[in-house]
Design a protein around this ligand. Structure first.
Ligand SMILES: Cc1ncc(COP(=O)(O)O)c(C=O)c1O
Length: 407
């Protein structure tokens, strides 16, 4: 292209200085693509790729958290299979077989079913829905929820976030790319020597790094259950101590609930952090700048590749229809829409239809609750067998957990 441009110009009129400049620019730009450096492989998926290339037939993949059956296969949960069958059987029904775009923030049924599951079934706080205090969007699984939350928060509320040391390897990547840039710090969480929670250091850190002069609140990322990668979670009492400080310092909590149900086998019992944060008797004024819940059905419905999850922003009290604050929700929703429209336009449909069927059919919902329990019981059995074969006490010591072998 450059050669033909220059030869045609040399055969006709002399080249003006501006076109020389353009030619030089074209030459300069044309080499940029050759100089793109190789990005480092993703810490988790990079290992998976190495695993796939490894020829050793005794290899075991402990990288990505995917639940596999006794044959090493990822098979749908019985409840998911039934929902899929229902979807196939009703393919002539437009409610089930609508291939059109979903609205920008997801389908309304999904919002109704998921908010009911999270705030009514899981933590028994239906008034949050009735009082119009949840700003909700369907997201591309948990990762999508964290990305949108991060973009929204950095646009309007906060420019610094703290995350645990250690945390899921992708957290800082998502937060950095979606607004927090390099303003990501780590709070002490896990002591690698004792294998336990660093509760005192964590509390000290929150207070000692707080600046009363700061004009914006700090955000903090909290793992709701099954802390990844350590597997160590605070007890309810420890959460109370921590959340009291976070609330007092007016921080913005972002709860990452990617493993609801996988800790105890009980979907509702794994919500103690969310329940505590939204306990009106403890925090009657709620969260001044909202509480952000990033939730995923990847692990607890086994819908990994379908990318089904949600972001709920729980607003402070005072959102009842007609109250002066109630327009806050409309404003927030409008901003969430803008962000999503510019990122991926609207979420995918299939997985959310499966989740909708499961969450709205009482029998299927019960089946799903049992499926989750079955999965966790089986994981515990496998762990016990591993302990028996390796005689490795840590595998069954709940206080000294090796997270990577747990979820
Ligand atoms: C702690 C944590 N948060 C969020 C996610 C996001 O998962 P997904 O985007 O598949 O829902 C994961 C996935 O492994 C995770 O471990």
């Amino acid at each position: 292209m450059i050669r033909s441009l220059s030869s045609s110009s040399s055969s006709s009129s002399p080249i003006s200085s501006s076109s020389l400049l353009t030619l030089r620019n074209i030459r300069y730009f044309s080499s940029l693509i050759k100089n793109i450096p190789l990005a480092p492989a993703d810490k988790i998926l990079g290992l998976t790729s190495e695993f796939n290339h490894d020829q050793n037939n005794k290899k075991v993949n402990l990288t990505v958290g995917i639940y596999k059956d006794a044959f090493g296969k990822v098979t749908p949960f019985p409840s998911v299979r039934q929902a899929q069958n229902l979807l196939n059987k009703n393919h002539s029904n437009s409610k089930y077989n609508n291939l059109s775009y979903l609205p920008i923030t997801g389908c309304k049924d999904f919002e109704t079913n998921v908010t009911n599951f999270l705030f009514n079934d899981s933590i028994n706080k239906p008034t949050l829905i009735e009082d119009n205090r949840i700003s909700f969007i369907q997201t591309l699984s948990g990762t999508g929820a964290i990305s949108i939350a991060s973009t929204f928060i950095t646009k309007f509320l906060s420019n610094e976030i703290i995350i645990p040391n250690y945390s899921w390897a992708n957290h800082s990547n998502i937060l950095q790319k979606n607004g927090f840039k390099n303003n990501i710090n780590h709070y002490p969480y896990y002591d690698p020597i004792t294998g336990k929670l660093s509760i005192n250091k964590w509390k000290q850190y929150l207070r000692s790094t707080h600046s009363s002069k700061s004009t914006m609140p700090r955000s903090i990322l909290l793992h709701a259950s099954c802390h990844n990668p350590t597997g160590v979670d605070p007890t309810l009492k420890q959460w109370e101590e921590i959340i009291d400080i976070i609330h007092e310092l007016k921080m913005i909590p972002i709860i990452d609930m990617a493993y609801q149900g996988l800790e105890t086998g009980n979907l509702f019992q794994d919500c103690q952090l969310l329940k505590l944060c939204l306990d009106e008797s403890r925090y009657p004024k709620g969260w001044k700048n909202g509480l952000f819940l990033c939730q995923s059905f990847a692990k607890n419905m086994g819908l990994y590749g379908e990318r089904v999850g949600s972001l709920s922003i729980v607003l402070p009290p005072g959102q009842e229809e007609g109250s002066p604050e109630s327009v806050m929700k409309d404003k927030i929703n409008s901003q969430l829409k803008r962000i999503v429209r510019g990122m991926y336009s609207s979420p995918p449909g299939y997985g959310s239809k499966i989740a909708n069927i499961i969450l709205s059919e009482p029998d299927l919902k019960l089946r799903w609750i049992k499926d989750v329990k079955f999965m966790v019981d089986r994981l515990n059995q496998v762990r016990l067998m591993l302990y028996e074969r390796l005689n490795w006490n840590d595998l069954i010591n709940n206080e000294l957990i090796m997270g990577c072998l747990f979820h």
